[in-house]
Design a protein around this ligand. Structure first.
Ligand SMILES: C[S@@+](CC[C@H](N)C(=O)[O-])C[C@H]1O[C@@H](n2cnc3c(N)ncnc32)[C@H](O)[C@@H]1O
Length: 292
């Protein structure tokens, strides 16, 4: 069990493990009355979350609206997208994505936050496109996602990483501040305004790479890719002579590399890569199929 930061206790918000006690799921399910009942009327209850309040695996600290906007800009989110925010807090990222036309889903363990988010989505007129579920982010099916946003913790990102790497190539993942271990971000950005806070202003974007690791057959010879996330090295074996590749890069299903003075580029679709090989100003079609 981890806490996101000691925002209540320190001048600088630092990553601390276990600083704040983590309540049982039932403990944070109680909406706190915040208004006095008018005479003769039943008590109105309005749940007011507090920054730093306990959460199942991470406390609640909201992403600033400026960074939410930046994260969705970096993801190039459009109305065609299916967006998930894992640990959706008060729903702001989901609501912003829905306002941009996407179908957006918030996954949040705290039921009071889920209800708060639903009310906010209705108020903003996007309840049809913004859906919230009381669920554990580790147990959520993300297979339909094209954009996933996170404001969790490095070790939770790491735990989610295998599942994220199994998403459709090209799925965009954007994290507020926290990294994915040795999987380097494809892009990093900063919120245009800090809204009174100098921390949690960085967004990191990853694009889920196609899986190419292994041996492929091509007219140029057998190709071996040794993949590490969006980067790879390897060789082309032409009649027993190995040509080493350089600058191997995947951006979703787009693959590029150089070998023996030839620039290869193409699209990975399952067990097939199709594209072009350019050498000495001449461009040829290039096809590779995965060796079984
Ligand atoms: C740092 S807040 C981020 C809130 C929101 N995504 C944002 O950026 O404003 C993390 C949220 O994750 C929720 N959370 C913690 N563990 C969770 C879990 N296992 N499943 C779902 N939600 C969880 C917390 O209740 C909290 O609202």
């Amino acid at each position: 069990m981890k806490s996101l930061c000691s925002i209540t206790f320190a001048t600088r918000c630092v990553l601390l493990a276990g600083t704040l006690a983590v309540a049982s799921p039932a403990a944070h399910a109680q909406p706190a009355p915040s208004t006095k009942p008018a005479p003769g009327k039943p008590a109105a209850t309005e749940y007011k979350p507090e920054v730093g309040q306990e959460g199942k695996d991470v406390v609640w600290v909201p992403t600033s609206q400026a960074l939410v906007n930046k994260m969705l800009d970096m993801a190039k989110l459009t109305a065609a997208d299916i967006h998930y925010d894992l640990g959706s807090g008060d729903g702001r990222t989901v609501i912003t994505a829905a306002k941009r036309g996407a179908r957006a889903y918030g996954i949040e363990y705290n039921p009071a936050m889920v209800e708060l988010s639903m009310r906010a989505a209705a108020k903003e007129g996007v309840a049809e496109r913004a859906t919230f579920a009381k669920a554990d982010l580790f147990e959520t099916d993300l297979s339909r996602a094209t954009v996933v946003t996170l404001f969790l913790l490095p070790d939770i990102n790491l735990k989610l990483r295998p599942k994220i790497l199994d998403l459709k190539p090209g799925t965009r993942i954007v994290s507020n501040t926290f990294t994915m271990g040795e999987w380097e971000a494809d892009e990093t950005g900063t919120a245009s305004s800090d809204e009174g806070t100098s921390y949690y202003r960085t967004a990191l974007l990853w694009i889920v790479p196609a899986k190419v690791d292994g041996v492929w057959k091509s007219a140029q010879g057998d190709i071996t890719f040794k993949q590490e996330f969006q980067k790879f090295g390897g060789s082309i074996n032409v009649g027993g002579a190995l040509t080493w590749m350089t600058a191997g890069k995947l951006r979703g299903d787009r693959i590029t590399f150089s070998a023996g003075g030839t620039q290869y580029s193409g699209t990975v679709a399952g067990d097939t890569i199709t594209g072009t090989a350019v050498s000495g100003g001449t461009s040829r079609e290039w096809l590779a199929t995965r060796s079984k």
